[in-house]
Design a protein around this ligand. Structure first.
Ligand SMILES: *[C@@H]1O[C@H](CO)[C@@H](O)[C@H](O)[C@H]1NC(C)=O
Length: 663
């Protein structure tokens, strides 16, 4: 297969065999060619150093090749030869045409001095995708008559920097046939038209927002060097009323309009960050626009390299740019992005955690193993006490202690009501002393923990993550269908994690209000964008104190790297938009707008539904709470339990007594 290097080979060949044109051997026509070459090389030297330079010509030995090569041509391309290659070779050749990231800029010099070269060269530029890069600098050398046709050609649609060095057509024609001695005789004298070069430039938005050609200089090429300071200095500052096409999908707080609109109709967005940004940039750049909703209200999914939705419109260049859209690697290939703000996060919305059941509130201060250890200690201490006293009784004589008395003592001491001490030895008294210390610590611990639990009541653990969702028994979840019209669809459908797969398989499609109703009914969780949904809840489901029945998890999943505006590839105003948007960011205006737009929307929504948002300052925030029966129900349960056990015991005792007396 042929490669880019072949082009370079052509260049090298030309380098080694300098063209034969020179001042001494040739007539005035060739002299013009040489002088134009000198001028081009001067421009290259002053304005295009460091650039990846491509010279496109139709003849291998044009009068410019010598000059350009002696400066620093990166590539010399013969348009006819490249276009005659088969498709694969052509693609391969063109891939390398624009150089790589090592170069700070790109430039292309077009040699249109040969007859009939214009079509070939412009076709090559079209195939090579010049449209995709608006900042490529273009310099054309050609005849006077073609200036407008070339500079206004659609291949330069996006080109910001395009210069045309126009030669007198008569001179050109003659230089082509310089062998003809008859023509040579009628050439104008020195100082005539043949020595002049007219310089034109393309202006993207000069003619009331449309492209135009401006005349900038007339040079006499025999008196080089000429001033060229104002070459390639164009900046897109004013679009002069140019009409841009904008496409949007609503996603508050970034862009907002009603979803119930006619498909693809013109919209007037409600207050949102993008609407504010747009207003600012419009006034700065002086353009008009046609703002439409995307017909399907989708951002775009990829299928075999083509997108639908917003990204599809930009890919087909039907639209100039879009408001809020998220980037993905495949989207980056077909559109340009400018980052505007951090992305919203996908999160889960469930019911607030509920209070733990009150009948267990007396047990909750201690954990289960502590309770077991405590009961075991009471029994063990009683046993030890009984054994030690018993042993002492054997040795020293005496009755010792009854087992039931020992147990009752350890129990009573724990409840701070010990029966009279019955220890008969010093070792027993020592044992009692240490047991009292133990009891002191335990009861203090229990009492303070109980108070704490009564003050701040325990709650169930909230659902915070997708993992929590999947772990719940008998739980369902859902989301709004439009969520899956872009990046979240890719995220869920392509994720390999089993948790995410389960979430995606079982997700139900519900509307916002329907979903929240299901959440209220229990056993259901809504998956949605965090900021987007918080506004909805704050507006319609919160009381004057900001309390809502819903828990919006703060541990959501960031699915999108950032949010930004997407531009069609090669849009000439893209660099200027970036500049302005970055300035808005750096000044902190976008984040200010973000907060402001959110707060304002919540206020408006509340006002619309007749709720009061102003808190009453006289109202005490937290009313004092006294313990009720239900807080302490555990104590009563214990009492009844004890009574029941005592009654049962009484019954057993009675039976035993009557049995023994009957004997
Ligand atoms: C904005 O563009 C219009 C053309 O539509 C032009 O007449 C006007 O002078 C421009 N305004 C500024 C401030 O350049």
């Amino acid at each position: 297969m042929r490669s880019v290097y072949q082009i370079v080979m052509v260049a090298a060949m030309l380098w080694n065999s300098p063209p034969v044109l020179s001042k001494e051997e040739h007539g005035p026509v060739e002299q013009v060619g040489v002088d134009v070459g000198v001028m081009v090389s001067q421009v290259v030297e002053h304005h295009l150093t460091g650039c990846h330079l491509v010279l496109i010509t139709t003849r291998p030995q044009s009068f410019m090749t010598s000059r350009i090569i002696s400066v620093e041509a990166s590539l010399i391309v013969e348009a006819g030869w490249v276009l005659s290659q088969d498709q694969m070779a052509k693609d391969h050749l063109l891939q390398g045409l624009w150089g790589d990231a090592r170069f700070s800029c790109r430039a292309v010099i077009l040699d249109l001095t040969a007859s009939n070269s214009t079509d070939l060269v412009l076709r090559l530029l079209e195939v090579a995708g010049l449209r995709k890069s608006c900042e490529t600098r273009v310099m054309v050398v050609g005849g006077m008559t073609a200036v407008k046709d070339v500079l206004l050609h659609r291949v330069f649609h996006n080109t910001i920097h395009a210069l045309y060095l126009a030669l007198d057509d008569l001179t050109l024609n003659m230089s082509l046939r310089h062998g003809n001695s008859r023509l040579r005789k009628i050439l104008p004298k020195k100082g005539g038209r043949s020595e002049r070069v007219w310089v034109y430039r393309r202006c993207v938005y000069c003619n009331n927002g449309r492209a135009d050609v401006l005349f900038i200089h007339q040079y006499n090429i025999t008196s080089l060097p000429q001033p060229t300071d104002n070459f390639f200095q164009e900046r897109i500052q004013n679009l002069m009323g140019h009409k841009l096409k904008i496409v949007s999908v609503p996603h508050f707080p970034f862009m907002d309009f009603s979803r119930d609109i006619e498909s693809g109709s013109i919209i007037v967005p409600r207050d949102s960050i993008d609407a504010r940004m747009l207003k600012t940039i419009v006034s700065k750049l002086n353009f008009t626009f046609e703002h439409r909703a995307e017909p399907e209200l989708t951002w775009g999914l990829e299928k075999n390299g083509t997108f639908n939705g917003i990204i599809g419109q930009l890919q087909r260049e039907e639209t100039d740019f879009s408001t809020v859209a998220g980037p993905t690697p495949s989207r980056f290939k077909v559109v340009d992005y400018v980052r505007t703000y951090p992305a919203d996060i996908m999160t889960v919305i469930s019911l607030n955690p509920t209070l733990l059941p009150q009948h267990l509130s007396l047990i909750r201060p201690f954990e289960g193993d502590l309770w077991f250890a405590l009961i075991a200690s009471v029994v063990a201490w009683g046993l030890l006490m009984w054994l030690m006293q018993r042993a002492w009784g054997w040795v020293a004589g005496g009755r010792g202690v009854k087992f039931s008395t020992a147990i009752l003592y350890s129990w009573g001491a724990l409840l701070e009501q010990p029966p009279p001490n019955t220890a008969i030895s010093d070792s027993g008294r020592l044992l009692v002393g240490w047991w009292l210390v133990f009891c002191l610590i335990i009861t203090t611990g229990f009492r303070s923990s109980l108070i704490a639990h009564m003050t701040v009541q325990g709650k169930t653990l909230p659902i915070e993550t997708f993992e929590d969702l999947v772990k719940q028994d008998n739980w369902k979840w859902g989301t709004e269908p439009w969520i899956f019209s872009g990046i979240p669809h890719d995220y869920f459908s392509k994720h390999t994690d089993p948790v995410i797969k389960t979430i995606y398989q079982k997700v139900e499609r519900v509307s916002k209000t329907e979903g929240l109703q299901k959440v209220l009914d229990g056993g259901f969780t809504l998956i949605h964008w965090e900021i987007y949904f918080s506004i909805f809840i704050d507006s319609y489901y919160s009381d004057a104190h900001g309390n809502t029945p819903f828990h919006v998890s703060k541990k959501g999943v960031p699915m999108i790297a950032f949010l930004g505006w997407a531009f069609r590839k090669g849009a000439p105003f893209y660099p200027r938009f970036c500049e302005l948007i970055f300035r808005l960011q750096d000044a902190g205006i976008i984040s200010h707008w973000n907060k402001d737009a959110l707060a304002r929307r919540v206020r408006e929504n509340k006002a619309a539904t007749g709720q009061h948002t102003q808190k009453d300052p006289t109202q005490v925030e937290s009313k004092e709470m006294s313990l009720g029966l239900h807080h302490l129900q555990g104590a009563f349960f214990l009492l009844f339990l004890g009574l029941g056990v005592a009654v049962l015991m009484q019954l057993v005792e009675y039976l035993a007594h009557s049995h023994s007396s009957a004997n």
